[in-house]
Design a protein around this ligand. Sequence first.
Ligand SMILES: [Zn+2]
Length: 636
Amino acid sequence: MKRVLFFITILTMFFLQCFAFVNAEPSKVMSMNYDDSASVVFLNILESSEGLQKSLKYSKLENPNRIYFDIENSVLIGEKQQLVFDKSSIKDIKLSQFTTDPDVVRVVVTFEEGFDTSKVKLLNVNGNIVIKCSPMTLQNDYFSPVYDENAQSLQYSSITVNSQVIQKVTIPQGAAVKAPGNVVADIQQAFENSTLSNSDGKTYDSVISVDLSSDLKLRTRYYINGYHIKNGGLLVSGFGQICASKMFYLDSPNRVIIDLPNTFVDKNIRNKELKICQDESCSDTARIGQFEFNKARVVITTDNAKKYIPVFSADAQSLLFINADKLKHTDLSSMVSNLTKTYVRKIDNKTSELILSFTEPVVHSILRNDNALNLYLFNVKSYNELDLIKTLKNTSYKELTMSLLPQVGVRASMGISKDDIVKIDQSIDGKAIRLTIIRANTGNDNQPVITAKKSAIKGKVVLDAGHGGSDYGAIREGINEKDITLDITQRIASILKSKGYKVALTRADDTYVSLQERVDFSANETPELFVSIHVNSAVASEPKGIETHYYHDFSKELAKTVHTHLMKEIDTKDRGLVKSKFYVINHTTVPAILVETGFISNESERSELVTDSRKQKTAKAIAEGIIEYFKAQQSK
Ligand SMILES: [Zn+2]
């Protein structure tokens, strides 16, 4: 008996030793981040010295339709987390400590019934676990803009975030609104007096959202109702998500101006002048106005205009506009945050995103002048230099430097040129910042392709004839989409070649080519443009006309140019530009469009589509659009 006990003791000690070794240093799961634009969820993890487990696998469950996976030897920092989505293929994502002995964090992603979970991929990218669900369309944003130099492009959003529950509430324009009173009427009025027309010609409803506490919010993103002097600066606060544009300066008198796009200012605080220094130490004054129906303007009259900086609160609900000399950093946030992970994603030759993840919500300032961008992270006290260098090397952010400034925080700086476009977004939990820089065309040696294009090289285009082989596309009355698309594509190719352009075809005959093969082909050919040709169809026989589809914003100009030529050349209905997530144009990194050249399901259009004259006109218009686009790019 004693012997047995002895063995048990030895065995127990042995096992304890093993566990002690395995559990020596678990990874820390800090937070979960969601990036709508790429359909990715990524987990911010501080790896243990052993790193994360090599193989990541998920299991499927039914009722409800969900997947889960476990992160071994890891602990969840803070409470369990949940993101809930409305009107999305993902219903929610839960993160919890599944067991503590051993330490396992479990992630559960619940999908709509019927969603094909085999589309989900798990990746380990620099120690971030990335859940990729593409291709699928999610309708909610996890990131919202806080700084946008191209704010006209901002879309109206109707997302309310409350305890990380994302909801949408839409009140149609003109509908009777059961108030609390004037705020809503005032907002409605402002919107009814103007036309919220989009480029597609549709007029959008003004949208007001009601959050769980029943407060009314303007869903243009931001509604300002607070305007005070605080901590030595002007504090602007309100509901929604604040977003600022690039500051600018005016003289006589000297002023610094910051515009807040998609923002509505409460009537009661408009155009009231406030003295910034409560003592007599300065004569600076502040004023806020409704500059345009959806744009607020803050003006500070001061002799120290260049000293003023915008400080964004961690929840992006308020902005402190202050003379940097008067900024007391200790007043900004008591939370100490650390930069744990960085993640770079290349979007195209000109555009890359840098995502910074932190342990706690971050208070920051964005200062951009003609040759540099400085991002101040005031409550951030540490970062991992080696990790940062590893992530940034070979990316367009390789010149970004971080420095720890005593009493200030961390500053991230990078040289940029005057024409580069900067956009900064913040996650709803304030723990991630996404920096996007769209490089201007000129004078940047990061872009050999674009520099080369400016010299002798003529444009190269990949032309993609839709369908083929066993994939007939749409069929009506014995006429196949695949034959029309091939014919038009060959005509475009011959026009472009005759003008000296280079052309590569994803198919030159009646063969089957998968969507992925088309994308891979294009990536290998490294063209400057990608154009896909299709024929449209509908169940009803009435629809007819031409549509030009694009997905990425950088493809819109090409879409517009080609579409204009098509509508000039061909007498049919103009169905306009459409932003769609077609596989081939969504997965191509150069400007890419898909032309629906007409409806095979409309009897009269079908009889035209098969004629030489319609095919030639279509080809000519598309080729001329491509050539005009190239010329415009070269003269830029
Ligand atoms: Zn098609």
